[in-house]
Write a protein that binds this ligand. Structure first.
Ligand SMILES: Cc1cc2nc3c(=O)[nH]c(=O)nc-3n(C[C@H](O)[C@H](O)[C@H](O)COP(=O)(O)OP(=O)(O)OC[C@H]3O[C@@H](n4cnc5c(N)ncnc54)[C@H](O)[C@@H]3O)c2cc1C
Length: 394
């Protein structure tokens, strides 16, 4: 019998497997794809903070960035710049392979082409039903980690509920004619959300957007425009899509099981980034499981410590970020333009940069500080924040 079966060999599943295998637990990763890094749809931007906290290997980092330009609907530009690199752009496929290799190096087993269909939990073990090579197989384990990303219906079938909210991202790899910094666009390119152009290895870039409906349609329109403006070589490129949870699952643990990463909805609601928050939560999941396996107490009550732990770390960020996201969705182009002008004219961007509040990962402080500027809050028609101070419960 395994100590832990991890469902999903994406970056977060592999990281939990790595941490558990390092502690000596017999760990198996079940992955429905035929190999690591197959069919990944992700821009792969993470902060320097994330890269160093999780020892992301240099060989999977395509480039580092220390600046970004934000464009308002009418083309006003806010340039954010710092002397030191703030973020890394990953070779996302190599990153996933590297995480799986690290886990395997620590002793975790991987079974590919293994689609998990069902999980049942009993008093002394969990049973995982896997479809592999056309056959149903049952695997027994003391504990289960669900790290199956956005699409899996396993969590709702186990009574853990569904994501409170989600969007969809669409992306394409394009050949550019010289873009050298991260660009983010607001307005009718991606109404209510935003679009991005992220250079990778010259002359290539990742162009994408996230939206609630028809992201493919909007991305095609934008690609056509970029091609017509001569910014990319061709609009005839393949698109990939991925669901992005922006409000977490109501419950991320149960008898003998925990849920991590995108499967749990541990994603920044502001921009859909899930790698760092997923890895931070994976650390908490692995530590909670390690202790629970040692004490042979895998009850839901004991594993509830995991949820309390990750909410303590990320709960406020997710709550404030989601509130800001919903507020932003209500703004029209005119209001967004006005906010850009106010920020620029008042030097607010520079003040935020100087105050070190502008963090790639921790957005709540920036959001709250920004709204403390009455002139910004008024432009957004906010008179009173729903949370001025004190605790914010998820
Ligand atoms: C267009 C787009 C751009 C993005 N850009 C960024 C970015 O720049 N930065 C960032 O931090 N985040 C970004 N994200 C989010 C990021 O991709 C995810 O947060 C991250 O991949 C989550 O990792 P994960 O391991 O939880 O899930 P996944 O990467 O989705 O991995 C889940 C794995 O589980 C497997 N699986 C699913 N169901 C089963 C099953 N039943 N049985 C067996 N295996 C199963 C899947 O095949 C998959 O390999 C982006 C997302 C999209 C859609």
């Amino acid at each position: 019998m395994y100590d832990t079966v991890v469902i999903g060999g994406g970056p977060i599943g592999s990281y939990v497997a790595l941490r558990l295998a390092e502690k000596g637990h017999r760990t198996l990763v079940l992955e429905r794809k035929s190999r690591s890094g197959e069919a990944v749809c992700c821009t792969g931007i993470i902060s320097r903070e994330c890269a160093s906290a999780f020892a992301i290997e240099d060989k999977v980092i395509l480039r580092q960035v220390n600046s970004a330009s934000l464009f308002s609907p009418s083309g006003n530009r806010l340039s954010l710049w710092r002397a030191e690199p703030q973020a890394c752009i990953l070779d996302r496929v190599a990153f996933e392979i590297s995480m799986a290799e690290r886990a395997q190096g620590a002793g975790a087993e991987y079974h590919f082409n293994s689609l998990v269909k069902d999980i049942t939990t009993g008093s002394d073990r969990a049973r995982v039903t896997v479809l592999s090579g056309g056959k149903g197989v049952e695997i027994q384990t003391r504990a289960v980690v669900i790290a199956s990303g956005f699409a899996s219906g396993l969590c709702s079938r186990l009574g853990l509920g569904r994501f409170g909210d989600f969007t969809v991202g669409a992306q394409a790899e394009v050949k550019t004619t010289g873009t050298n910094e991260v660009e983010v666009y607001f307005g009718d390119i991606a109404p209510g959300f935003f679009a991005w152009l992220v250079p990778t290895t010259p002359p290539m870039a990742r162009v994408g957007l996230m939206m609630r409906k028809s992201p493919g349609l909007y991305l095609r329109k934008w690609l056509t425009l970029l091609a017509a403006q001569g910014e990319i070589a061709s609009a005839e490129v393949e698109l990939c899509y991925g669901g992005i949870p922006i409000k977490p699952l109501p419950r991320t643990y149960g008898e003998r099981l925990v849920v991590v990463g995108d499967a749990a909805g541990q994603v920044k609601p502001t921009n859909g980034g899930g790698i760092y928050y997923g890895l931070l939560s994976a650390d908490i999941a692995a530590e909670t499981l390690h202790q629970a396996l040692e004490d042979n107490d895998l009850s839901a009550k004991r594993l509830g410590r995991y949820e309390r732990g990750w909410k303590k770390k990320l709960g406020r960020e997710l709550k404030v970020g989601y509130w800001a996201r919903k507020l932003f969705e209500r703004l029209n182009d005119r209001q967004i333009d006005r906010i850009f002008k106010i920020i620029e004219a008042g030097g607010i961007d520079q003040a935020l940069l100087k105050a070190e509040d502008l963090s790639f990962d921790w957005h709540s402080r920036t959001i709250l500080r920004l709204l403390r500027y009455q002139v910004v809050a008024r432009a957004m028609h906010i008179i009173k924040l729903p949370f001025g101070s004190g605790r914010i419960d998820l």
